[in-house]
Design a protein around this ligand. Structure first.
Ligand SMILES: [Zn+2]
Length: 267
C-alpha cells in the first residue's frame, strides 16, 4: 500500500471484503491533488529519454542530496566500506542515516550474508533504508546497443522482472518502496509507461559519480556498492572527506527519498 500524501509504503493483510477496487480514472480524480498523483504527472512529462528518464532531481533547496546505491547482480561481495564510511561521516549528525538501496533478485539470491549485514545496520538504528525494486534478473549484454539492452532486450518479461523481485524483497523482509529504478537507467516510452501502470515511480539520477557527474543540492546521487564500480566508490569517499566540516555543521545532509520527492512535487 502507498500513502498518497507521504509516498511511504506499508504491507498489510487485508480481507477481500474490506477492499474496494476502483478504476484508475476514479482514483486519479479523487487523489489528483496528492503528492503521489503529482509525482505521476511529473513522471509522465519525462518518460521518453532512452537514458535517465524519471525523477532525477529532488528539492533543490535541500542542503545536501539523496544517496542511491544500486545492487545489480554481481559475484563480488558487497563493498561494506561504503557503509562504514557513511556511518563514520554522517553517524554523529544523522542517526539513522537515510539512504536508498535499489536491489535485484539475483543479488539477493547470491548475497544472503551481505543482505543480513545491511538489515543489521538498520535494526541497530544506524541506517534507514528505502528499498527500491531494480528488477529481478537485470540482464545486460556489453555487446548490445542500449536500445535493445537491459529491460529493452527483446523477450523481456516485464511483469516477471517487477513482480518476482517484489516477492523476493518481501520474502527477505524488505519493505518495497513506491519507487523503481531501471537497470542501466535505460528505458523507452513504452516500457516506462508500463512501469508507471504498476503504480511505481521510476527514479533516475543526475549525479552518477563514476561518470564524473557532480552532485548539487537535491541531487539523486548514484553509486554501485556491488563490487563492480570502484571508481564511483572512491569518488564518493573523497566527496565525504571534502565535506566533512559541512557534515559536522549540518550544512550537508543526506535526505530520505520519499520526503524529498514529496517536497519536489508539492504537498
Ligand atoms: Zn543496476
Amino acid at each position: 500500500m502507498v500513502d498518497s500524501k507521504t509516498l511511504e509504503t506499508s504491507v498489510a493483510i487485508l480481507q477481500p471484503q474490506t477492499v474496494k477496487p476502483l478504476p484508475w480514472e476514479t482514483l486519479k480524480q479523487q487523489f489528483q491533488q496528492t503528492p503521489y498523483f503529482r509525482a505521476i504527472r511529473t513522471e509522465q512529462e519525462r518518460d521518453t529519454n532512452l537514458q535517465d528518464a524519471g525523477l532525477e532531481r529532488a528539492d533543490t533547496t535541500e542542503r545536501g542530496f539523496s544517496l542511491t546505491i544500486d545492487l545489480c547482480p554481481s559475484n563480488k561481495p558487497l563493498t561494506r566500506s561504503v557503509f562504514e564510511q557513511l556511518i563514520a561521516a554522517f553517524g554523529p549528525e544523522e542517526k539513522p542515516i537515510p539512504i536508498t538501496i535499489t536491489i535485484t533478485g539475483l543479488w539477493m539470491a547470491r548475497h544472503a550474508d551481505d543482505l543480513a549485514y545491511l538489515k543489521n545496520l538498520v535494526s541497530r538504528g544506524q541506517l534507514d533504508i528505502t528499498w527500491v525494486n531494480h528488477s529481478y534478473y537485470h540482464h545486460y549484454d556489453p555487446r548490445l546497443p542500449l536500445s535493445v539492452n537491459f529491460l529493452l532486450e527483446p523477450n523481456t518479461n516485464l511483469s516477471k522482472e517487477i513482480l518476482l523481485n517484489e516477492q523476493a524483497m518481501l520474502q527477505n523482509g524488505l519493505l518495497p518502496s513506491i519507487f523503481f529504478r531501471f537497470p542501466g537507467l535505460v528505458s523507452n516510452k513504452t516500457i516506462f509507461d508500463r512501469v508507471l501502470s504498476f503504480g511505481l515511480l521510476p527514479i533516475g539520477s543526475d549525479a552518477w559519480l563514476a561518470k564524473k557527474q557532480q552532485p548539487s543540492q537535491g541531487s539523486l546521487v548514484l553509486i554501485h556498492a556491488n563490487g563492480n564500480e570502484p571508481l564511483g566508490i572512491a569518488d564518493f569517499i573523497q566527496l565525504i572527506r571534502q565535506h566533512s566540516g559541512a557534515i559536522r555543521n549540518k550544512q550537508w545532509l543526506l535526505y530520505q527519498l520519499p520526503t524529498s520527492i514529496v517536497d519536489t512535487v508539492g504537498k
